[in-house]
Ligand binder design. Structure first.
Ligand code: ASP
Length: 451
């Protein structure tokens, strides 16, 4: 049994619905379908989820919502009319959204989540009606009735363990299961959404719950690229990745598959296959537990911006008991989270996300760290980019760091920091943001072109 998830760009138009019909009916083991809200039909278009966020914001501000409301319903209507789907479903979509819009607004986060979730919920109803109209028995399943329970952290819900057992029952369904992505219910019956792009998470939870043989994730690209195509023209594709490699790449900006969706699939050992709705027979990218094919030492190169580094230097730091703890407790005092903390004998660097800092806080931090730690020198540097080269096989390959740093040196890129994670799945380089493009190209040349 396969769980198949379609992203918003695969469900934006009537033509997309025809495509997904072909995909589902081509393989009888595709029994559970998870859907996103309709996405963009063309480049400048707006995703239904973004329209819904706008709608909720306006409603909370008591502004006029009628026009936007009609615009949203029209998106479903267009698909229904052009696929010959019963228009009765549009009537119920309209009245459901109307009822949610009129519902209690005393907790704005709850209200926002209710509105946001309607994007997927209504699309699931539409998809089910569409399949039925085409003679394929299908049924919309409500996450509450199916037992998909989550925490009440709105816009960042986490699945509750008991959901997996509840969802196992979906195996018994005789008709095609159509399930809305992106949200679940709290134990007190409130809707709570995952973070953005969270339908990937729903798909992974269902795949785990029903113990699927495969989780197919349909999107709009043929495969995951080895590097961001914004930096390298027409880069090579990756056809196989391990969960750990994907995790590292998602951390540093590979956004094709939600990073929180990896865990449920990984825990149940279910492979994930990322595929293209527009080109479904193309090989795609498979995410597996261990490489089945011989893998190169480096499978992908990622980069992410928006980091700062706090550099702390103190002679004989290595002998001082509790030094690291004191650094971290100062960060804790200012509610700062850190990403990495490579250290030397007399120095330590803390890498953190830029958006947590401001010039005043930086000065306070420098003062606090210098005084409380009696440090010799403390400095904060902004605009740091983290480059990551990722590959499980690096562990058995000698010279990967050498090759990477030589490539960067030859390209004139100064390395501010190197950090090889203890897992040996990735090596990370901190560089100045202005060198990002040059650095990425140099690494791509080294690992994907010259050998
Ligand atoms: N529609 C939601 C979003 O745009 C969730 C998803 O598509 O996965 O974030």
């Amino acid at each position: 049994m396969k769980v198949v998830k379609f992203g918003g760009s695969s469900l934006a138009s009537a033509a997309n619905f025809e495509q997904i019909f072909q995909i589902i009916t081509a393989d009888s083991s595709r029994k559970i379908v998870v859907v996103s809200a309709p996405g963009k039909r063309f480049k400048e278009d707006v995703k239904v989820t973004d329209l819904l966020i706008d709608l909720a914001t306006k409603a909370l501000l008591k502004e006029e919502t009628a026009e936007l409301f009609e615009q949203i319903v029209a998106r479903y209507q267009e698909i229904a009319s052009n696929t010959g789907t019963e228009l009765a479903v549009i009537k119920s979509i309209r009245s459901d959204l109307q009822a949610i819009l009129a519902s209690d607004k005393s907790n704005p986060d709850r209200f926002m989540d209710r509105i946001k979730a309607s994007g997927e919920d209504n699309n699931a109803k539409l998809v089910a009606a569409f399949f039925n109209a085409r003679g394929i028995p299908a049924r919309y399943h409500n996450p509450k009735e199916a037992g998909l329970f989550v925490t009440a952290e709105h816009a960042n819900a986490q699945v509750l363990q008991e959901s997996y057992e509840n969802l196992y029952n979906l195996r018994e369904a005789n008709e095609l299961v159509v399930f809305p992505g992106f949200f679940g219910y709290t134990k007190s019956g409130e809707i709570s959404t995952f973070s953005r792009s969270g339908s990937d998470i729903t798909g992974a939870i269902l795949a785990n719950g029903v113990k699927a043989s495969l989780y197919e994730n349909f999107t709009d690209v043929d495969a995951v690229f080895t590097v961001n195509p914004a930096f390298v023209h027409n880069p090579q594709e990756i056809h196989e990745l391990t969960y750990r490699e994907m995790r590292e790449l998602s951390y540093a900006g590979f956004s094709i598959f939600h990073e929180e969706a990896l865990l449920p699939a990984f825990e149940a050992g279910i492979p994930v296959h990322i595929k293209n709705t527009n080109n479904p027979t193309c090989c795609g990218t498979k995410i597996v537990n261990a490489h089945e094919q011989v893998a190169r030492p480096v499978v992908g190169i990622a980069s992410d911006n928006g980091f700062s580094q706090i550099y702390i230097s103190k002679y004989l730091m290595n002998r001082e008991i509790g030094f690291g703890r004191r650094v971290l407790s100062i960060l804790e005092k200012y509610q700062l989270t850190f990403e990495h903390m490579p250290s030397g004998i007399d120095d330590l660097t803390v890498i953190l996300r830029d958006n947590q800092l401001n010039p005043d806080l930086e000065q306070t931090l420098i003062k606090n760290l210098t005084e409380e730690l009696q440090a010799d020198y403390v400095n904060i540097e902004r605009d740091i980019t983290l480059l990551m080269i990722v590959g499980e096989s690096m562990r058995h390959n000698i010279g990967t760091t050498y090759r990477a740093s030589r490539a960067l040196a030859n390209a004139g890129v100064n390395i501010e920091m190197i950090n090889q994670g203890s897992s040996e799945v990735s090596i990370m380089f901190g560089i100045k943001k202005e060198f990002e493009k040059t650095a990425i190209r140099a690494l791509y040349e080294e690992f994907f072109k010259s050998h």
